[in-house]
Design a protein around this ligand. Structure first.
Ligand SMILES: [Zn+2]
Length: 124
């Protein structure tokens, strides 16, 4: 399971990595961008929400004439934070429609399970 690795150095700099909880720490992980070594590392579970990906739906249908299908249209992709499960919308949406859809699914869902349930109801 991926978790947040929260580092802090003695100079008050903090930085965050999103890694598997059991992954081995690399030497560069514990150095802040100013070159100080971390003095603390805390690992914390992420909230139970889905990740949102906005995928451009357009593709070149005729390379010679440079014709594009679904110009300025998008598909919505949601996945769990580990990226092991995802859903891709069948329909394509304008930017405004996409934001409405994100609100319906991501904002209303209180958990990953609820997001899958809403997705299955809406069938985007
Ligand atoms: Zn520092």
């Amino acid at each position: 399971m991926k978790v947040y690795w929260l580092y802090q150095c003695d100079y008050g700099h903090s930085w965050i990595l999103f890694r598997d909880e059991q992954e081995l720490e690399r030497s560069e992980d514990k150095i802040c961008s100013f070159g100080h070594e971390a003095v603390t590392l805390r690992k914390r579970k992420p909230v139970d929400e889905v990740k949102i990906i906005i995928q451009p739906a357009g593709y070149v249908s005729d390379p010679v004439k440079n014709q594009v299908v679904f110009q300025n249209k998008y598909r919505l992709v949601i996945s769990n934070l580990d990226g092991t499960e995802e859903r891709v919308s069948v329909q394509v949406y304008s930017w405004k429609e996409l934001l409405d859809l994100i609100e319906k699914i991501h904002i209303r869902a209180k958990s990953t399970e609820e997001a899958w349930r809403l997705w299955d109801q809406i069938k985007p």
